[in-house]
Design a protein around this ligand. Structure first.
Ligand SMILES: Cc1cc2nc3c(=O)[nH]c(=O)nc-3n(C[C@H](O)[C@H](O)[C@H](O)COP(=O)(O)O)c2cc1C
Ligand code: SF4
Length: 664
């Protein structure tokens, strides 16, 4: 049935002599499951789980090849011979499930996060990078040779480990592209100047690696079709590079993306937020096909659902699709499609929070909506409960639903209470913002899973001790969430609302609006964006260093772009200090200088408050034995904590140990 529905996606194909069981790939993505520049057991478990879930091709994250190219303390160093034994294990695990395994080879050049250990940043020329604010050191001739040797040695290590191929990271303005770009490469020796000279480094690497690894080992090149800035290669220049490198006759495939690491603007496209669609991004991929003929072509970015993937394979003449975040969110996506269980796929919501957001904070990879991602070694296979018990979960937001689902999966009887008539809690609010439809897909998934797992759902009921007394529960999880915080009443004639009112589509009739934001996170920005898109005059005032400071960088870039386009006035570094009858008084955080505004309405996005259920929680805690409190009810934070605590509390409460009270 699925084979008929997605005939291309599940058809076999070959790159060189290597055969793939389907067309689904997880493209290179850093995991930070790395210690001493080597993958950890968590790393191996992470990829093994994806192979087990049925993916055809795993391209592991960018592996460094030389000590000057390890861009973070958590970059893998493939030139270290110790990688061989580790990846022998990774390869054996992936092959066991019929998947194929490649690794990316990279030198980041000047695009580096400087640390104590990594402060010698190199590039073809000493041209600063806008995004990392680094002035690199110009590479010496002998270092260029050393780096080429590093590519050769690393490829050989990976071949010895049993991998099926390697992919050169020619995308996103890393070292290969830094040599190509006349804006970065100012050299006057044989590595710079003419097009041929600028291509020399890449040509040398490809030729030397091919000589070393032989004909059968797959070599591919990842390339940004458009850098989306004026630094990296784009359009015609990209096609010229592809024509030249394809002409070398050594590359077995091409993998296309968009974006550049060299600029704020270009970086927004590396892991594109929900605003962009795959078909918008790759309008001219067919020009690449004309150059490379039948050489396999891979496209990645915003292909998050099987129907999008199938369309790309059929209409755009693409051979493999990268579904990277889709597989971070659900490693079992391919096997669920094959088993005709698409409604059971955990659908990535393009939040960029748990995956790339955490990478940029040097934290291990997670997925905001899947608590097992990055923790596969510990939680991929949770054993069923030895004794079936009965639990209640109070609160049907993300944290409560996650707790209920986890308990039910472990075999327990679960009753989920929700005060409102609709499940979802804050997920209902988030969807009021622009470009957040994918949160709705996740909500649909969660509700359908609750039904599939026979969780008893009671909506429209505020739970008290008396209500709980009517049942016999072995434990209670309180996940009653939070409400928007509204500062104590000031005497003012100005209409005031919370950001949730705006996102809940309450009618805001006023035209001149000020949004008072406290930390630069989504409620304030998204309500400002929504109101401005309705042609209102909007100013956002934030008690943070910068607007949208608390959201992941690529999402922040998009917000800043939209705010500027929509004419939102941005005022960071200010706080609200007084509300007069007709005026708002603001004060600069550092100088104390005051400014006044006369808006018709104020929107408060100043955090959340969990006190509504506090008294009831305390009563429940004193009446019953096994009570845990999680998510915003415990302390308002983000979706990451809500989901993780829901999952973890469900495991803890069913362990029947005293330590279960850790969340109280
Ligand atoms: C956590 C994370 C780390 C990434 N690291 C890399 C990387 O090491 N090399 C690379 O070429 N792209 C990297 N990317 C980009 C992905 O390979 C992919 O192109 C991007 O996520 C867009 O595809 P998607 O919409 O299917 O997720 C990373 C993406 C994520 C989410
Ligand atoms: S953290 Fe967000 S963007 Fe990343 S995979 Fe999970 S849902 Fe998708």
């Amino acid at each position: 049935m699925t084979k008929l529905k997605y005939p291309q996606l599940f058809s076999k194909m070959k790159i060189g002599n290597t055969e793939f069981k389907n067309r689904i790939m997880t493209s290179g993505h850093q995991t930070t499951l790395v210690e001493d520049h080597l993958p950890t057991d968590d790393f191996v478990a992470y990829h093994t789980e994806r192979a087990k879930g049925g993916v055809g091709l795993i391209v592991m994250e960018a592996h460094g090849v030389h000590h000057t190219g390890l861009n973070t303390p958590f970059a893998i160093d493939a030139s270290n011979p110790k990688i061989v034994d580790i990846h022998r294990n990774t390869a054996a695990n992936v092959h066991q499930y019929g998947g194929k395994l490649f690794a990316q080879l990279i030198h980041h050049g000047r695009e580096a996060y400087v640390s104590e250990e990594n402060n010698d940043v190199v590039a073809p020329s000493a041209v600063p990078t806008e995004r990392f604010h680094i002035i690199p050191r110009e590479l010496e001739e002998e270092e260029i040779q050393e780096i080429i040797d590093g590519f050769v040695g690393s490829a050989m290590n990976l071949k010895e480990a049993g991998l099926d191929g390697v992919e050169f990271v020619g995308s996103h303005t890393y070292l290969f592209e830094q040599f190509w770009s006349p804006a970065i490469n100012k050299r006057t020796d044989h590595w710079g100047g003419s097009f041929e000279n600028r291509m020399r480094f890449t040509k040398e690497v490809i030729k030397r690696v091919r000589d070393a690894v032989g004909e059968d080992f797959v070599l591919g090149m990842r390339m940004s079709l458009h850098s989306k800035d004026d630094v990296g290669t784009s359009g015609e220049e990209s096609l010229k590079v592809i024509r030249y490198l394809h002409g070398l006759g050594e590359l077995n495939y091409w993998s296309l993306v968009i974006g550049s690491s060299a600029s704020y603007k270009g970086s927004s496209y590396i892991v594109p937020p929900a605003n962009d669609s795959a078909s918008q991004l790759f309008t001219d991929a067919n020009q690449v096909r004309e150059i490379i003929g039948k050489t396999p072509l891979i496209i990645t970015s915003r292909i998050y659902a099987p129907e999008i993937a199938e369309r790309f394979l059929q209409e755009k003449d693409v051979d493999i699709v990268g579904m990277t975040r889709a597989l971070i969110a659900d490693p079992h996506l391919p096997s669920k499609i094959l088993a005709d269980n698409e409604q059971q796929i955990i659908p990535c919501i393009a939040c960029n929070q748990g995956c790339i957001g955490r990478y940029q904070e040097h934290l291990p990879i997670r997925c905001t909506i899947n608590p097992v991602t990055g923790r596969e070694k510990h939680f991929a296979d949770v054993p069923k409960a030895a004794r079936i018990q009965s639990f209640s979960v109070i609160g049907g937001g993300p944290s409560g639903i996650m707790a209920a689902l986890t308990l039910a999966k472990n075999g327990h009887h679960v009753t989920l209470f929700e005060e409102k008539n609709q499940l979802g809690g804050q997920l209902n609010v988030i969807q009021g913002a622009l470009n957040r439809d994918q949160v709705g897909n996740w909500q649909t998934y969660l509700i359908s899973e609750l039904k599939r797992l026979n969780v008893k759902i009671e909506t429209g009921k505020r739970v008290t001790v008396e209500v709980l007394n009517r049942y016999q529960f072995d434990g209670v999880i309180v996940a009653t969430g939070s409400k928007p915080l509204i500062p104590e009443k000031f005497t003012t004639n100005i209409a005031s609302y919370s950001s949730w009112d705006v996102l809940n589509k309450e009618m805001i009739k006023e035209e001149n609006i000020i949004v008072i934001d406290w930390k630069g996170d989504w409620p304030g920005i998204e309500s400002a964006e929504l109101l401005a898109s309705q042609n209102k005059n909007v100013e956002i005032v934030s008690r943070s260093y910068g607007i949208a400071e608390a959201v992941q960088q690529y999402k922040r870039n998009k917000f800043l772009e939209r705010m500027d386009e929509l004419g939102v006035k941005q005022t960071p570094n200010f706080k609200l200090v007084e509300l007069k009858k007709e005026k708002v008084v603001l004060e600069h955080l550092f100088s104390g200088r005051k400014e006044e505004r006369e808006p018709e309405a104020i929107i408060f996005a100043v955090g959340q408050d969990a006190s509504d259920y506090l008294a009831e929680f305390r009563k429940i805690k004193s009446h019953f034995k096994n009570v845990l409190r999680i998510g915003d009810a415990k302390s308002p934070r983000t979706l990451d904590e809500a989901v993780w605590e829901g999952f973890h509390a469900a495991l803890k409460i069913s362990e029947e140990k005293e330590e279960a009270k850790i969340y109280g």
